[in-house]
Design a protein around this ligand. Structure first.
Ligand code: SF4
Length: 175
């Protein structure tokens, strides 16, 4: 995932952001999902960007080599869990990328992973994608390091009428 990404998703069951939920396996009958055009209210946009900025300011040393293995949910058995604010922000990235629809990845990886291994919404990637790193890269961030930011995401979720985090594809579809 790095070219542009040194990220992944939280894979610690201790972190509500990624509960080891199995990613939907694409099937012939699985519909392609057209992104809606949801708007992130200005205050919510300010809060989500402030949370991500705060996270960047407390980045821990990690050595991601950009293999994007953490974006292959079927292989890892885990998928990022997004709150509503994260999902709406990620959808901004989807629209900015020019995508007209979100198609399931043929290999069960993140639908936002490009063929060349790049994250197509890197600047808008979810919190979990910013805090999970494989063991080879140094491992995911400890919960205590980001607990306050998770609480802010949960509070924002509530303000936006969300009902808690959902697996990435579902969260994007509902956004
Ligand atoms: S949004 Fe998808 S492609 Fe981008 S970093 Fe997260 S899991 Fe990888």
């Amino acid at each position: 995932m790095r070219v542009e990404s040194d990220a992944g998703h939280l894979t610690d069951t201790a972190l509500a952001w990624c509960k080891g939920v199995q990613h939907d396996r694409p099937t012939a009958s699985m519909p392609r999902r057209r992104p809606k055009s949801p708007q992130l209210p200005p205050e919510a946009l300010a809060e989500i960007t402030a949370i991500y900025t705060a996270l960047e300011q407390r980045a821990l040393p990690r050595a991601c080599t950009g293999q994007a293995g953490c974006c292959h949910f079927r292989i890892t058995g885990r998928t990022p869990q997004l709150t509503r604010g994260e999902a709406l922000y990620a959808m901004q990235g989807v629209r900015a990328s020019g995508r007209r629809e979100i198609r399931p990845h043929p290999e069960g990886a993140c639908p936002l992973l490009a063929k060349d291994g790049r994250c197509t919404i890197y600047r808008h990637r979810p919190f979990g994608c910013r805090t999970h790193f494989c063991q080879a890269a140094g491992g995911m961030y400890p919960r205590r390091h980001v607990a306050d930011l998770i609480q802010r995401l949960e509070a924002l979720d509530e303000k936006l009428g969300g009902d808690g985090p959902h697996p990435l594809e579902k969260a994007l579809t509902q956004a």
